[in-house]
Design a protein around this ligand. Structure first.
Ligand SMILES: Nc1ncnc2c1ncn2[C@@H]1O[C@H](COP(=O)(O)OP(=O)(O)OP(=O)(O)O)[C@@H](O)[C@H]1O
Ligand SMILES: [Mg+2]
Length: 502
């Protein structure tokens, strides 16, 4: 490889946090105009690695070379000056800011009086949006845009500087298939201009579509780097988990499916969803399929009392669940793992044990006694079952890797031991090995008689674990399939009913 082909070289980078060696001795070579995918289980060190390149963290040891010259990157602004931009795993934006404010934040052009040149900002924003064919005005607030649109703005912001390297940390975890294609087109276009990418993802199909090279990390160690042409999905997975993974799904347990436990009847909320009725029986795993935006999350959020609805009724074992009352829903036996775990699931500044036992604290106080030992052993057992990777039970939740934070939220609900369990995208951002574990847990919940409702954008996942699948499109229920009729095409047909594209 000619050295001028190499834009970025990382040598022997090591990084420790209190209680964990996040990275040890990592090497990576990034070629100009290529996509280098970084794979590995939750907590393997992927985000830490790209954060070092972006100046968020400093390495303890090791060297970084940009265009053959050794550099020290102490701050994201320094990274930017070196032509390194990053799109974070959790997009960090100001919802009240407009598109143009976001694009030029911190780099506002000034006029000859030293003030911010808003006319210039407007002119350049319009030019950028036009060039990309993005149909919204520079005044649009970010809170009115979709995640994918915001991400595109962040990419444009990164690219508007003289970017050579773009770091993308799970950029497709919260966007639709169509939006993913739009992102991939943008990547291809930038590649042909010589931009190089480090791309983190847990989605194997995507990885093989976009990668030129793949590097696998496991427990902070460099397992290998290969051109994609030399690899298969199975090979990557076994590099990731350290052993071959024979099955994607565990065996479905034999169960006695009982009477209806969770019933939604005629639920309606403006344009978000209309007249939706469904039920989940004791011991049953029911899927809720549909395209992103079909109203699935809105529906279950309303049923759980997080949002109001106009009409209809929700029942658990025949008892009415009061609207707009989360505590009421919980007291009647409902649990919900929400799709946006950062906002609704975790107290990031608290330790992981507090987060996990927050709903069941009462249980650990008895006749004035704080049964801390019991709390510790219960949480510890649940973490072991979910394979949560944390240095200790006292680790601050916000410092866990993305996937492990999700497992803590799941642990919280499992400890609460509710009768009705709604899981909204339970495996988003979860690595392949841990997915298998989560399916096993869903199966054991059903086997113990819980009623489980699962929302997922991954069709094979629903087909693999459910007994029945409902499909929604544009806020309405459009289909219901029982296990013998499961078929991707039929589900897609219901999911696109009444819509023009996707
Ligand atoms: N700021 C921090 N403070 C303490 N520990 C941290 C911090 N950031 C990361 N870690 C730890 O470093 C390890 C690697 O985390 P990292 O976020 O890099 O994993 P990841 O590969 O991106 O995982 P995921 O797929 O779940 O996003 C984890 O054990 C994590 O708990
Ligand atoms: Mg990560």
């Amino acid at each position: 490889m000619a050295s001028e082909d190499i834009v970025l070289q990382v040598q022997n980078v090591t990084k420790s946090f209190p209680g964990v060696k996040a990275l040890s001795d990592i090497n990576l070579t990034l070629r100009r105009g290529s996509v280098h995918v970084l794979c590995g289980e939750n907590g393997a060190g992927k985000s830490t690695f790209v954060k070092i390149l972006n100046g968020v963290h400093e390495p303890d040891e090791g060297s970084i070379f940009v265009n053959g010259e050794e550099v020290k990157i102490h701050h994201p602004l320094e990274a930017r000056r070196l032509g390194i931009g990053m799109i974070f795993q959790e997009l960090d934006y100001v919802p009240e800011f407009t598109v143009e404010q976001t694009l030029f934040l911190g780099e506002e052009p000034t006029n000859r009086f030293g003030g911010i040149d808003w006319r210039e900002i407007r002119r350049r924003t319009v030019e950028l949006l036009d060039a990309e064919g993005l149909p919204y005005s520079p005044d649009t607030k970010l809170k009115d845009l979709s995640i994918s649109d915001i991400q595109m703005i962040e990419i444009l912001k990164a690219v508007s500087a003289d970017v050579q390297v773009l770091l993308l940390d799970e950029p497709t975890s919260a966007i639709t298939k169509t939006e993913t294609s739009r992102l991939f087109e943008k990547i291809e276009q930038l590649k042909s201009n010589g931009v190089a990418f480090i791309y983190i993802s847990h989605k194997m199909d995507e990885i093989f579509q976009i990668a030129d090279e793949i590097t696998v990390l496991r427990d902070g160690k460099h397992i290998g780097s290969h051109p994609v042409s030399e690899l298969t999905v199975d090979a990557v997975i076994s590099m990731m988990v350290g052993r071959p993974l024979d099955n994607v799904f565990p065996d479905k347990p034999e169960r006695e499916v009982g009477e209806p436990v969770f019933e939604i009847s005629g639920l309606t909320a403006g344009k978000r969803f209309r007249d939706v009725s469904l039920s989940v029986n004791k011991g049953e795993i029911v899927g809720l399929s549909g395209l992103v935006g079909a109203g699935r999350t809105e529906l279950v959020r309303a049923a759980f009392g997080l949002d109001p609805y106009d009409s209809g009724v929700v029942r658990i074992r025949g008892e009415v669940v009061p609207p707009d009352d989360v505590v009421g829903a919980m007291n009647r036996g409902m649990a919900m793992l929400s799709e946006d775990r950062k906002r609704y699931g975790l107290v990031l500044a608290r330790n992981v044990m507090e987060n996990a036992s927050i709903l069941v604290l009462k249980k650990y106080f008895e006749r004035g006694w704080n049964r801390k030992k019991k709390e510790i052993s219960d949480v510890d057992a649940m973490f072991t079952r979910l394979n949560v990777k944390t240095p200790s039970l006292l680790t601050i939740a916000g410092t866990l890797s993305g996937g492990n934070q999700q497992k803590v939220v799941l642990a919280k609900w499992l400890l609460k031991d509710q009768e009705v369990i709604v899981l909204d995208e339970p495996t988003r951002g979860i690595d392949v090995g841990a997915k298998f574990e989560i399916y096993r847990i869903i199966f054991s919940l059903a086997a113990s008689g819980k009623a489980v409702l699962v929302i997922s954008s991954e069709l094979p996942e629903l087909i693999g674990i459910c007994d029945r699948i409902y499909v929604m499109a544009k806020g309405r229920l459009t289909g219901e399939l029982s296990v013998d009729d499961f078929d991707q095409e039929t589900i897609m047909k219901f999911a696109t009913q009444g819509s023009v594209h996707e």
